[in-house]
Design a protein. Sequence first.
Length: 125
Amino acid sequence: MTKKYSSSARIVLSVVAENGGNMRIAFTPLTGGGSFYTTSDEKVQRAIECDANFGKTFIGTIVPDATSPAPIAVEKPAVKTVAVTSINDAKDYLADRFGYSRTKLRSKDAIIAAGVEHGIEFKGI
């Protein structure tokens, strides 16, 4: 069975495989934003679904094929859009509401990832 994992942000996961080794999984970016990863390897699927951010930062759906009667939908987590005028505004928002240290939010990717972790998409950066 093939599964597709999707996120509203561009993400890369480091997951633990069944044999104890680490696997790096880079989701494919989408033009309009977000990213996805598709696999039919059940071991990889189990590793991804054991990640702490599964169901929060990204979700999974079954890709229908000739042997699947119907797709199983997984509810997409709600995303709140927050309008900001700069990266500094986004840093302030995360620091004030979630206690982030501004020094840990040095890059745009770090800010976006922190927002995704809390179901927030920043508009304007």
